[in-house]
Ligand binder design. Structure first.
Ligand SMILES: Cc1cc2nc3c(=O)[nH]c(=O)nc-3n(C[C@H](O)[C@H](O)[C@H](O)COP(=O)(O)OP(=O)(O)OC[C@H]3O[C@@H](n4cnc5c(N)ncnc54)[C@H](O)[C@@H]3O)c2cc1C
Ligand code: SF4
Length: 491
């Protein structure tokens, strides 16, 4: 059965970008419809089991990869998007990098324009520092190691309220303690009259006479169409590009889908004499920034503990068969860390005819060298914190027991699938910029080629952010929502 809906503005996707955009549009008095391809989740039904929660919360049941299968790309689906299963870290993009965006991407004044939106969303999602008494052993070991080496390190901020430290954030919070899009922004949008419709996958933006006229797609009962005065794409850095490409929207400079970054990360495990129990407590609360700088090309890797759940650790550790079983026998004693790249490799989104994303991305030489440096850094921190051996998941697994061996890691030649990488921060694809020949959207998220189509998600970033992106996506969602509301109210 075909369903038709009329509204002022349709928001596609309900994650970090779509939530605040919908909230601002609805607060402005506009009739808002949010279309979300995934289900509405009830946190009380979250089981904390990987085999159950991955298919429920993640795109492609968490098996999405780059087209060459070298990088696993984790993204969420369902009301709240990736904010339902993310790890709640909140960091602003560094001012130095925002200055580069202003200068090199034709976005003058962006830093000043964004600041009030950061402030509002930080207050609404209640960003605070993780208190020391909630910092787990996995995280404390990073601090011990970094301190022993004299490296830069410090606490992280998060958006949790009522967190009991169960540790299973990546599988959704059964205690509903995340101050995320599903808990903060979407209920606010609904309070102001918005309709949030799960199970609606958009396949195309419709246009007429040089304007967007709405969207069409597949819903729970068949095809649907929405007619709207404005369209906001918030389907993520892969999903929004795929919709633009599949719709054949005007794109004379072939910018749609370009400028993709992933922040790929590897996993490095340290085996300690005493249990670490890396799955317990708030997963990521301490960072090492010795090798991370917003704009220095030689310092582009962030070191942070990872959530040590069994499948995650098991799939990233070196070895197969009996040797993997032996490794997993020491699971309780493993502290896991990730070197995560502030990547300069540039990928590209392509799309199937029905708007499913195809992720083309290959790591460049500089990024592979930086990953080797990051593995060296992680190994040295773990050794300095007392690990008896460090496990490096290169195709020829390396077991490191001394600092000299760890230092040599910086010169190891890496390649595709060596080591296996995972990416949780896709960004870019419909990048902001002043020049329509080099970008897709302006600084308010407005698509250069249509006067009533906006992008409000991770697609907008013109480079890698080098920090976890959700806070900036919330802030841009808020900014774009207000800009779109102002434009539509005046019509
Ligand atoms: C495991 C994990 C941990 C993370 N931890 C952190 C962290 O600690 N801190 C941090 O800053 N970031 C973290 N992130 C990243 C962060 O969650 C994302 O960058 C952010 O949520 C992206 O926001 P978005 O609005 O661009 O997309 P999303 O939040 O992914 O929302 C996009 C939504 O659009 C929907 N959609 C897609 N296509 C369509 C379509 N065609 N029709 C209708 N709906 C569609 C999707 O189902 C999804 O719900 C993590 C991510 C993962 C995977
Ligand atoms: S650690 Fe806190 S936020 Fe994460 S799942 Fe457990 S209770 Fe929820």
């Amino acid at each position: 059965m075909s369903v038709h809906i009329d509204c002022d503005v349709v928001v596609v996707g309900s994650g970090a970008g779509g939530g605040p955009a919908a909230s601002e549009l609805a607060r402005a008095g506009l009739d808002v419809v949010v279309l979300e391809m995934g289900d509405k989740h009830d946190p009380k039904t979250f089981t904390q089991r990987e085999e159950d929660m991955f298919p429920r919360l993640f795109q492609d049941a968490a098996s999405r990869t780059t087209a060459d299968r070298s990088i696993q790309v984790l993204q969420g689906k369902g009301v709240g998007g990736s904010t339902v299963h993310n790890l709640n870290l909140c960091k602003r993009v560094d001012d130095e990098l925002l200055d580069v965006w202003e200068r090199e991407h034709g976005l003058p004044g962006l830093r000043m324009a964004l600041a009030p939106h950061y402030a509002v969303v930080e207050q609404r999602i209640e960003v605070s520092e993780v208190p020391w008494d909630r910092v787990t052993r996995n995280n404390r070991l990073l601090r011990v190691g970094a301190e022993a080496l004299g490296w830069k390190h410090g606490p992280l901020k998060h958006n949790r309220k009522g967190c009991i430290g169960s540790g299973f954030c990546e599988l959704g919070c059964a205690y509903d303690a995340k101050m995320n899009s599903a808990r903060v922004f979407l209920p606010d949008a609904e309070l102001h009259g918005a309709r949030v419709l799960p199970g609606h996958r958009v396949t195309r933006v419709t246009t007429a006479l040089g304007r967007a006229t709405g969207v069409v797609g597949e819903g729970p009962t068949g095809e649907f169409s929405v007619r709207a005065r404005g369209v906001v794409l918030s389907a993520s850095a892969t999903g929004s590009s795929a919709i633009v490409l599949a719709s054949g929207l005007p794109d004379p400079w072939r910018q749609a889908g370009r400028g993709l970054h992933l922040h790929p990360g590897a996993t490095v495990g340290g085996v300690f004499p005493d249990p670490v129990d890396g799955w317990k407590g708030i997963p990521q609360s301490w960072e090492c920034t010795e090798f991370l700088h917003p704009t220095d090309p030689d310092r582009r890797v962030w070191l942070v503990p990872v959530f040590g759940h069994p499948v995650g650790v098991g799939s990233m550790l070196p070895g197969i068969g009996a040797s993997a079983t032996k490794r997993m026998a020491s699971f309780r004693h493993i502290a896991a860390m990730t070197p995560m790249l502030h990547d300069t490799s540039v990928g590209r989104i392509e799309a199937t005819r029905d708007a499913r994303p195809i992720i083309q991305y290959q790591s460049n030489e500089a990024d592979l060298r930086m990953m080797a440096k990051g593995m060296m850094g992680a190994a040295r921190i773990l050794l300095a914190a007392g690990a008896t051996e460090v496990l490096i998941p290169t195709s020829r697994p390396r077991i490191i027991t001394a600092h000299d061996q760890a230092k040599a890691l910086a010169n190891v030649a890496l390649g595709p699938l060596d080591p296996p990488l995972a990416a949780v921060h896709p960004m870019g694809g419909l990048c902001m910029g002043g020049d329509p020949k080099r970008s897709s959207c302006d600084a308010t998220g407005l698509y250069h080629q249509l006067p009533n189509l906006w992008v409000a998600d991770g697609s907008l970033f013109p480079t890698s952010t080098g920090v976890p992106p959700q806070l900036s996506i919330y802030a841009f969602g808020h900014l774009v929502g207000q800009a779109a509301a102002a434009a539509l109210e005046n019509k």
